[in-house]
Design a protein around this ligand. Structure first.
Ligand SMILES: NC(=O)c1ccc[n+]([C@@H]2O[C@H](COP(=O)([O-])OP(=O)(O)OC[C@H]3O[C@@H](n4cnc5c(N)ncnc54)[C@H](O)[C@@H]3O)[C@@H](O)[C@H]2O)c1
Length: 372
C-alpha cells in the first residue's frame, strides 16, 4: 500500500527509515505545515514533498501516518479519513474520549481503518512475556507495577514545548507504552485512581537550539496511579519527569504461581525474566525477529522495529483481519490515561466505560511474514 506522512518532525525519520524493513508498505510522500521540513525529509528519503491538501488528494496514497503534535492529531486524522484514506497515528491518538469516538464512527462509516502507536508491544520481549502469560504457567495475573520516571524532555528535544501542554505530560506522552502493554498482557481496565502533581511550573530548555528559554508547564509532570483490571488484577503505575534516579523496574507482573519481569515497553527488546514460585524460572529461547538488536543507541545495540504496527495494519487490510494496533485498543488506553488525569484532579476513583479485546499475539512466524 502507498503510505504518506503528515508531520515531518523529529520522529518522521524513524518511520521513513524503518518502514523499508517491511513488506506491503511503501513510503511515497510526506507533508507538513512547514514545507521546508517536508522538503528536507523528502530529499533525505527519496519521497515526494507535498502540501497537506495535495497528500490528502494523492491517488497513490492509501494510508497516511499522522506524525503531527498531539494537539493536531484529532483534526489531522479526521481530515485523512474524510479524504478516504486509512490513518495510522502517533500517540496519544486523540486528547478526549469524544474525539476518539468521532474517529471510530467516521472510520466505520467510510469502511476505513484507524491504527495508533505504540507498536512496541509487538517487540520480541513483550511477545515473549505475552507467550508466558498465555501459557498459564504463571496462573492468573493478580497484580503488578510499572514505572517510567526521569527528568523530562527539555534536555533533548529541539522543540519540547508540547510535552508540557495539555496532551503532553508523562501520563499521555509516555503512559501509552506502559498501559498498552499492560492491556495486551492482562486485558482491559475497569477503573483507576491517581494522585498527580506539578512540582515545577516553569522548565528551562537545555537542548539546542533554544537553550535558556523557559516553558510554562500546563499539565501534571508526576503521577502515582492505580489500575484495576477486569480480571481483578491491580497494578500501580508511576510516571514522572521530576525524578533524578530510582530503583524501580519498568514492569513486574505477579501471577498466582510466579512473577514476570518485563523490560521497558518503550522499546521492542530487552531481557524477560520470570520465577517459578520464588525461584528463577528457566525460560526457553524465544527467537522473535522484533527482539533482535538492529540499531546503535546511547545504551548500546537495541531492537527498533517501529512501523511494525503500520505494516501489520496494511497486512490486516489486505487479509480482512483486525489489526493489532487497533482503534478499540487505542481508545481504551486513551480513556484510561485521561481518567488517570481526571482522578488526579478530582481525587476520585474513575470508572472506565470502554472495553477492548486484547490484540492478537504476534508469533515469531507472523512477525517474519511482515518483513521483506
Ligand atoms: N520524537 C520522538 O522521539 C517521538 C517518539 C515517539 C512518539 N512521538 C510522537 O510523535 C508525534 C510527533 O513528535 P515529534 O517529536 O516528531 O514532534 P515535532 O514537533 O518534532 O514534529 C511535529 C511536526 O508536525 C508538524 N505539524 C504540526 N501540526 C501540523 C498540522 N496541523 N498539519 C501538518 N503538520 C503539522 C510540525 O510542523 C512539525 O514539523 C508526537 O505525538 C509524539 O508524541 C515522538
Amino acid at each position: 500500500m502507498g503510505v504518506g506522512i503528515i508531520g515531518c518532525g523529529n520522529i518522521s525519520s524513524a518511520y521513513l527509515r524503518l518502514s523499508k524493513m517491511f513488506k506491503g508498505i511503501e513510503m511515497r510522500a510526506c507533508a507538513d505545515l512547514n514545507m521546508d521540513a517536508a522538503r528536507a525529509q523528502a530529499d533525505a528519503y527519496g519521497v515526494r514533498a507535498l502540501s497537506v491538501d495535495d497528500i490528502l488528494a494523492a491517488e497513490d496514497i492509501d494510508i497516511i501516518v499522522n506524525l503531527t503534535i498531539p494537539a493536531a492529531h484529532f483534526g489531522v486524522s479526521r481530515r485523512i479519513l474524510e479524504a478516504g484514506k486509512h490513518v495510522f497515528s502517533e500517540k496519544p491518538f486523540v486528547l478526549s474520549v469524544d474525539e476518539g469516538q468521532e474517529l471510530l464512527d467516521l472510520a466505520a462509516k467510510k469502511g476505513l481503518r484507524v491504527g495508533s502507536a505504540p507498536d512496541t508491544f509487538l517487540g520480541g520481549a513483550h511477545q515473549q512475556a505475552r507467550a508466558l502469560v498465555d501459557s498459564g504457567e504463571l496462573g492468573q495475573i493478580t497484580g503488578g507495577m510499572a514505572a517510567v520516571m526521569g527528568r523530562g524532555m527539555e534536555m533533548w528535544h529541539p522543540n519540547p514545548d508540547f510535552f508540557f501542554k495539555p496532551g503532553g505530560g508523562p501520563v499521555l506522552d509516555i503512559g501509552p507504552y506502559y498501559v498498552t502493554n499492560l492491556v495486551q498482557l492482562i486485558g482491559p481496565i475497569n477503573r483507576v485512581a491517581c494522585f498527580a502533581s506539578t512540582p515545577r511550573k516553569q522548565r528551562e530548555i537545555t537542548s539546542q537550539p533554544r537553550a535558556g528559554e523557559f516553558v510554562t508547564v500546563e499539565t501534571p509532570t508526576s503521577m502515582r496511579g492505580i489500575l484495576e483490571f477486569a480480571n481483578g488484577a491491580t497494578v500501580t503505575l508511576n510516571t514522572s519527569w521530576d525524578v533524578h534516579a530510582h530503583g524501580m523496574s519498568p514492569m513486574e507482573l505477579y501471577g498466582e504461581m510466579g512473577s514476570i519481569f518485563v523490560p521497558d515497553p518503550n522499546f521492542f527488546g530487552g531481557e524477560v525474566r520470570a520465577t517459578e514460585g520464588a525461584e528463577p524460572r528457566e525460560l526457553t529461547a524465544f527467537d522473535h525477529p522484533f527482539g533482535v538488536p538492529n540499531e546503535e543507541h546511547n545504551q548500546g545495540m537495541m531492537a527498533n522495529y517501529r512501523t511494525a504496527g503500520l505494516a501489520d495494519m496494511a497486512d490486516a487490510i489486505a487479509q480482512g483481519r483486525p489489526h493489532r494496533c487497533g482503534q478499540d485498543l487505542a481508545q481504551h488506553v486513551m480513556e484510561v490515561l485521561l481518567a488517570l488525569l481526571a482522578s488526579g484532579e478530582s481525587k476520585e476513583v474513575v470508572e472506565i466505560s470502554s472495553r477492548c479485546e486484547r490484540p492478537a499475539a504476534l508469533s515469531a512466524e507472523q512477525a517474519r511474514a511482515l518483513m521483506t
